[in-house]
Design a protein around this ligand. Sequence first.
Ligand code: A3P
Length: 253
Amino acid sequence: MATRLLNLFLPDKTGTKKDDYVIVSYPKSGNTWVRFLVANYLYPDEKVDFHTIHKLIPEIASSYKIKSRISPCRIFKSHSSFRSDFRNVIYVVRDGRDVYTSYYHYLKNKIPDDFTFEDFLSDEKHRQGDWSTHVVSWIEGTEELSSFLVVRYEDLLTDCAGELRRILKFLDISGLQNQRIQRSVEASSFESMRKLEARKGRPHAEKDQADRFIRKGKSGDWINHFSEKEKKIFKEREGEILVRLGYEEDMHW
Ligand code: A3P
């Protein structure tokens, strides 16, 4: 009994406690957008930008160094695949074809010029494993967690206020205020975040505009980038999960 009580208060190896939450996603799925939305709502007196966000909702690996906000709960960010010690997880998911399109653009200046999009899809050398493996690891691991919420990037695009409300309820925030939700949605809109990036920059970002983090902010942009051959590569490796998640009805796309 004493050990159980102690465990409630002692951080484990990740630094998380029972009441901590982690916003998890495969890279380029909308993680930063969700962090901005949550931080703008919870900390209205803070100036949320690409620098302060790392203190307000820090990467979990840096949780020992950064004193994250405690009130009303501690929230972290991670791109890790499944970990049962994260306990309370908000999992952000996006169509894998848009994810890879976004990821490739993001890395373009950091990978060899001759590493094509086709190479990028068939070889995970420059990316964090496969999108589908990441997603499956989380949706199949939910029973081991205390609580789990899936947020779709595409739903944020169609009903951002509704999705933020759902997230805040999951975080057990009481007395939700519509105006405050609306203000948070506006402060975290594509246009607002793009302006913040242009004005204040991001840590470790190159000056080059091609390195822009807030890039297109759309769903379905993949169609402008995938050749027939690239579609086939994706389908063979990961198409099944696209169907399982409801992004396609079958493999005929
Ligand atoms: P695109 O490159 O397709 O535009 P992550 O934060 O997980 O790395 O995700 C980055 C992706 O989310 C980028 O996708 C980025 O533009 C998009 N994004 C970030 N903030 C957004 C917002 N407020 N509205 C729409 N998309 C946003």
